[in-house]
Design a protein around this ligand. Sequence first.
Ligand code: PEP
Ligand code: MG
Length: 575
Amino acid sequence: MSFTLHGLPVSSGIAIGHAHLVSHTSLEVSHYVLPKALVDEEVDRLDAALEATRKELTALRQLRPQQAAAEFDAFLDLHLMILGDEHISKAAREMVRREHCNAEWALKTQMDELVAQFEAFEDVYLRERKTDVMQVVERVLKALNGQSGHVPPAGKHDVEMILVAHDVSPADLIQLKPHQFTAILTDLGGATSHTAIVARGLNTPCVVGLHHAREMIKDRDMLIVDGEQGVVIVDPDKNLLAEYKLRKTQWELERQKLKRLKTAHADTLDGTHVELHANIEMPNDLAEVKENGATGIGLFRSEFLFLNRDDLPDEEEQFKAYRDVIEGMDGLPVTIRTYDLGADKQLKGVTRVASNPALGLRAIRLCLAEPQLFRTQLRALLRASAYGNLKILVPMLSGASEIIQTLHLIDGVKSDLATHGIAYNPNVQIGGMIEIPAAALALHAFIKRLDFLSIGTNDLIQYTLAIDRTDEEVAHLYDPLHPAVLQLLALVISGANKVGVPVSVCGEMAGELAYTRLLLGLGLRQFSMHPAQLLGTKQRVLTTSLPEIAPIVQKIMRADDPLKIRDLLDKLNAA
Ligand code: PEP
Ligand code: MG
């Protein structure tokens, strides 16, 4: 009987094949007390298992695929570190000696303690590391039992195989690759789990967090995996199979074609150049930015440096992070947004709850209310400006008064640096985000005083339509195609273009293919988006003729019926 399971899509692509269930190695171990005379032997047995596991992990380094070497090294280092951690090895050894218990029991007890500590972390990433601890201990337990990892026998399978597991460690994933599993499904796991990271690095479709897949799917069941949607179809009928075979071929062709676009110029059919920049949250996002051929960073959300920690990053730490990104981009523009804290991104320990956080002390409002904290960031940014092509972007500006205060503060920091002979770029460009309808409507105040603009459609839509973007109850009302939103976008893009002030869109709308042509038709020539969306958007740009889309875009701008607007958008994208 056919049925469908839904999970968390973490690595895209489509796979069709037979399920290969791997048994979930239970971490349940028995507990027994040893005669005193056997304790030394038990400690030796534990040490031998720890050493065998260390060798096994070290040997895995040889198997790591080229395209994801950094990710594999990172998790292998982490697993080796956990293995060597005294909370595991030393504490287990001491427990065997102290309580005369078996090595398995000692290991499991130490693991439970460590896992409980990880579970108490607020940081999602750190919480997920408990899985790494469990995976390492599972490996040692197998070594104690004289087993190796749960890898199926080598050799080619006659049909494509899809791995179905309750959980699978990244180390096992590396070993499984030569066995040509075409997709990976797990009951456990989150988007930042190492398994997900490794699967992404392997470009293997992967759906995690399926909860009961391991129980519901039988060995050799026919499966369709859609890694883009997080959907698994078990025992599909002929029609579905045929449809997904076609989708799979199309997807593979598309991906191959897209890769070739990495170094292509993003020019429309009529020869208009479009800049495609990337949005990042942390300096280590740069690898993905480069892989996807971004010609600059359009938005570095610097507030992520401030989150999930008890202290604040000081000037030096911030300076280094900004400089690394600027240098890493080799002279390409790097737009760093001053921190947008408040609302849904609160510093740890901030207990004051605003009655309406989205309308409260957020972003530049918070910066101007706490100028000392803001000055530290400005000093770090200006110092980093000496190392390449930095642009400073200020979020949530509402009008002239905030712009004047911000520019005044920046001038103050500049003179201070100059007085102390500290290098910075005196001509660093300062831009403002257009995220509040008031900013769009009072555009002249921005154009007059700032070097560039960036439209934050996520907030602009939230504030125009009075919809809290974090509230699921009103998510259906969040509409980028609302005529009021489109009018504001047109106003800002044409107003900036008229006077030659560069303008980009860096909200989610910029990376959604459905809106690429509409934005191009409104005159947008600079987009900034998640790196994974860059090549698809480039392809859309390359197949767009501005003269051809102009009349349809004009019709969209005159329409007020949502259905008519949707129809016209489909027409725009079909061309
Ligand atoms: C936006 O509002 O569109 C934007 C890019 O900023 P953020 O999503 O970080 O609020
Ligand atoms: Mg915003």
